[in-house]
Design a protein around this ligand. Structure first.
Ligand code: GLC
Length: 659
């Protein structure tokens, strides 16, 4: 229900009536009449999305009218400072609001230093990305981190400076501009759950500066930390157990337990304090004006704490993200948010705005479920769990879309729900243990070469590190010189990417996967990285290997060409646009994942992926019906037809589309 003023006017509306005359004047002065008109219209369109979360989060603590005024003035200042070129982009995006849902969207993810050295050198490498069909580039954390250990850049000491080892903010802006010229959008991480302990906000808070009071949380003794930790799962149990770290300077110098969900040097911001939210809004809109188009909202499920819960996915997290989203887009309508919420499927869809009533939240979210289920299917050579779990997922709003991927910079955590496992007669715990055994290579005859991450001896939990190629068996096959195993490894990799490219959503290629790059143990020589085996799958780009990408006699040639083809064909299939949901089908084979996509503007699409190494027959009627579909792409050319059955080759895939 909308809150009403005593006079019966919705609260948002009456707050706006009070604020509008003054703000309109300020907007005309700051932006000129035409831009001011557009700005005020955006405010009016987004008014409820700003006001409702502000009231829900802060009504008991601050004056909501006052917060609304301050928030809108922050975005007005950002709108006034927005460079002309980005205003043009805003205009294009407002004309074409579903730009990120196009079938031509395709992402690439890399570390600047590992990919090309520095930001200055990046434009010279755009050819490689263009060749793959990239339209969206996620550069891994590049803002200035703390010195020493920094969790791969996720401990930010300054949101307005680039890590000097990578370049300068001016160079980042130049990269964004170069990307725009190539029709590519820049995505960077916004680490907003925490800052580095060295961030000026953290220093000021510690020093007792009243302007930064309550920016972070500290307790003088273990009473509250113990109470919270009773229900909070640990993120890094082996080296950073618990969610609090002892900081001798905290609590006015008496020492205190500071909230640190991740590593001890990453201090959680306290978003129950509206000053924190406004401060972060300032940082995001400033970064948007540098040319960032997609913000990867890092670790957002953790942003709100509540005693007696896991302190993840609390309703206020959604209020916060909705609030920041609505505000940032008033200043910079070209910007979209991407949720990094590695949570259960039931919790995940909320980040795309799928609540009891839809609300604009993030446009994009990592399809962590699909990723996990792909690996699970590969290990089990069986697609039943994927079929059951994907069918059970709630639909997402039509204005949002997934980001689909096979591998990223993090470990793989086995987010397989017990309910889904039970649906196919399996035991969740047992299956998760099997997956760890399989991908760490402990399972008999497993070709995978992964490593266990954060193994917890108390609970038996663990996650998996390793590059896609190594997890697929390519590394072990090369070592053994086993050509048949190598081909199977390549097929596994392509099979998974074939799903990521056609399930619906923006497919992401993780740097090096296009060359089947294997695990890199080099991190062990660097004391800052050695304790974190996620570096195993963050190898430096091998440009010598890249030079072999067009030679079909090489491993790189075999992988690169087929991956590029996935993108080419994807771009020709409007059914792969976002905005419509896939339907997971029962194709009559346990080994085959089958899904159909329909988009109102095109015929249907059916994808088939056989996760076992032997051929599998599927019912042709269920899959395509007869006659109207044509093969758009297949791992092995047209499928054989036996009676009313189609035969999908072992570790093979097929894409069918209506003309
Ligand atoms: C996200 C990142 C991960 C990092 C964590 C803390 O989950 O992907 O690499 O450790 O956030 O910022």
């Amino acid at each position: 229900m909308t809150a009403l003023d005593p006079g019966g006017v919705p609260a948002a509306e009456s707050a706006w009536q009070r604020l509008r005359p003054q703000l309109a004047e300020e907007a005309v002065t700051a932006l000129g009449a035409a831009e001011a008109d557009a700005f005020l219209t955006r405010v009016e369109v987004a008014l409820v999305d700003v006001h409702a979360p502000l009231a829900a989060l802060y009504a008991g603590r601050a004056d909501v009218d006052d917060l609304l005024g301050r928030a809108l003035r922050t975005v007005l200042a950002a709108a006034a400072a927005r460079p002309d070129e980005l205003r043009l982009l805003d205009r294009r995006r407002e004309i074409d609001p579903h730009w990120f849902q196009r079938e031509g969207m395709q992402g690439y993810v890399c570390y600047v230093d590992r990919f090309c050295g520095t930001l200055g050198q990046l434009p010279a490498r755009l050819d490689h990305l263009a060749e793959l069909g990239t339209t969206y580039l996620h550069l891994m954390p590049l803002l200035r981190p703390r010195e020493g250990e920094n969790d791969g850049g996720y401990a930010v000491a300054d949101y307005r400076e680039v890590d000097p080892r990578l370049g300068t903010m001016a160079e980042l802006e130049a990269v964004a501009a170069a990307l725009r010229r190539h029709d590519m959008s820049l995505c960077i991480d916004l680490v907003l759950n925490h800052t580095a302990a060295e961030h000026p906000w953290a220093r000021a808070w510690l020093a007792g500066d009243p302007a930064y009071a309550d920016f972070y949380t500290a307790y003088p003794d273990r009473t509250m930390p113990n109470a919270y930790e009773a229900t909070i799962p640990e993120v890094f149990p082996d080296r950073a157990p618990g969610s609090f770290s002892w900081v001798p300077e905290a609590c006015g110098g008496a020492g205190g337990w500071v909230w640190t969900t991740f590593w001890s040097y990453q201090w959680d911001l306290d978003y129950s304090n509206p000053e924190v939210t406004l401060a972060m809004l300032g940082e995001i809109s400033w970064l948007a004006n540098r040319g960032v188009e997609v913000f990867r909202m890092d670790a957002i499920p953790f942003m709100w704490k509540r005693l007696g819960t896991s302190c993840q996915n609390e309703p206020e997290v959604h209020d916060l993200v909705q609030l920041l989203h609505a505000l940032v887009r008033i200043a910079a309508p070209a910007v979209v948010f991407k949720a990094e919420a590695i949570v259960s499927p039931d919790d995940l869809v909320g980040y795309l705005g799928a609540h009891e009533r839809e609300r604009p939240e993030c446009e994009l979210a990592y399809h962590n479920q699909l990723m996990v289920l792909l690996w699970s299917s590969v290990a089990a050579q069986d697609a039943r769990l994927a079929t059951a779990a994907l069918r059970r997922m709630r639909p997402i709003p039509s204005g949002a879309t997934w980001v689909t991927y096979v591998r990223g910079h993090d470990d793989i955590g086995w987010a397989v729900s017990d309910t889904d496992a039970a649906a196919i007669g399996a035991d969740g715990d047992g299956h998760r243990r099997f997956l760890n055994d399989f991908f760490s290579g402990r399972f008999p005859h497993s070709p995978a070469r992964g490593a266990l991450f954060q193994e917890n001896p108390l609970t038996g939990d663990a996650r998996i590190s390793g590059t896609a190629a190594s997890l697929c068996g390519i590394e072990s096959a090369l070592e053994r010189g086993d050509e048949a195993a190598l081909e199977r490894g390549i097929r596994r990799l392509l099979l998974m990417y074939s799903v990521a490219f056609s399930f619906g959503g923006i497919p992401l290629l993780y740097m090096g996967d296009e060359l089947a790059m294997r695990n890199d143990a080099g991190y062990l020589d660097d004391p800052e990285r050695a304790p974190d085996n996620r570096w195993l799958h963050r190898p430096p780009m091998d440009w010598d290997a890249a030079a072999r990408r067009h030679d079909p006699a090489t491993l790189e040639g075999r992988v690169f060409d087929r991956l590029r083809r996935l993108g080419q064909v994807r771009r020709s299939l409007p059914a792969l646009r976002g905005g419509a949901e896939p339907t997971v089908l029962d194709a009559g084979s346990d080994r085959v994942l089958a899904w159909r996509r329909r988009h109102p503007r095109s015929g249907s699409f059916v994808g088939l992926a056989n996760f076992s190494s032997v051929p599998a027959s599927v019912d042709a009627d269920t899959v395509t019906g007869f006659g109207t579909y044509r093969l758009a792409l297949g791992s092995d050319g047209p499928l054989q037809v036996h009676g009313r059955e189609l035969v999908v080759p072992g570790l093979g895939f097929a894409w069918y589309a209506e003309p």
